[in-house]
Design a protein around this ligand. Structure first.
Ligand SMILES: C[S@@+](CC[C@H](N)C(=O)[O-])C[C@H]1O[C@@H](n2cnc3c(N)ncnc32)[C@H](O)[C@@H]1O
Length: 189
């Protein structure tokens, strides 16, 4: 479950906190992830290779697998504990790694789509994260990022990625208590 925190800086969610996060996300936030998954599914090409950055316990990837079993799913999280929980939740439905957004363990031009939910406001160096996203995206590939309005939106589109659209996103009942912004960005030629 997303939590508001206004300070930026690399902050993995670990140990007891990661287990509590997993429980809360699965109990309360499923409708939110279903909505985000439906939004992603609407523009993902058939059989697309998709990476979720800061995947946490992998709830968005689970929802994506249910909606679009044709997608080839990968996920990374800075916290090894979260990656363990994601492995438990996803089994072999996704390739998972413990990694920083700013140092992605993938070759260039690997993904059609990079997505992220409620994670980019935690990244220590969002500009380096965006450059890494641009590196691992294929030409014409896109980023879809869903996060709080105070996330580092400008840093994400400062170099390798160009903003296509940034708008408020209605994420179900949680819109009553928290606002979500959606950024669609494309790899610069
Ligand atoms: C609020 S949780 C969101 C998890 C998941 N995306 C969701 O929506 O349930 C933020 C996640 O970002 C991860 N994170 C923080 N900094 C990161 C970084 N630099 N690179 C990758 N993951 C990071 C944290 O460990 C945590 O699992």
């Amino acid at each position: 479950m997303p939590h508001h925190d206004h300070a930026h800086g690399n902050r993995p969610i670990e140990g007891r906190h990661s287990r509590n996060y997993d429980r809360m996300a699965r109990l309360l936030m499923k409708p939110v992830y279903r909505r985000i998954a439906a939004d992603i599914a609407a523009s993902a090409p058939r059989g697309a290779a998709l990476l979720d950055i800061g995947t946490g316990p992998g709830i968005l990837l689970q929802a994506l697998h249910r909606t679009r079993p044709d997608l080839r799913l990968s996920g990374v999280d800075l916290a090894a504990d979260m990656v363990d929980l994601a492995r438990r939740n996803l089994g072999d439905r996704a390739e998972l790694h413990a990694a920083d957004a700013a140092a992605l363990p993938f070759e260039d031009d690997r993904f059609d789509l990079v997505v992220s939910s409620y994670s980019s406001h935690h990244w220590g160096d969002p500009r380096a994260g965006a450059d890494e996203i641009a590196r691992v995206l294929k030409s014409g590939g896109r980023l879809l990022n869903y996060d709080f309005p105070h996330a580092p939106w400008d840093a994400l589109t400062a170099s390798g990625l160009a903003a296509v659209r940034r708008s408020p996103f209605k994420a179900g009942w949680t819109s009553l208590i928290m606002k979500t912004t959606r950024l669609e960005a494309e790899k610069r030629p």
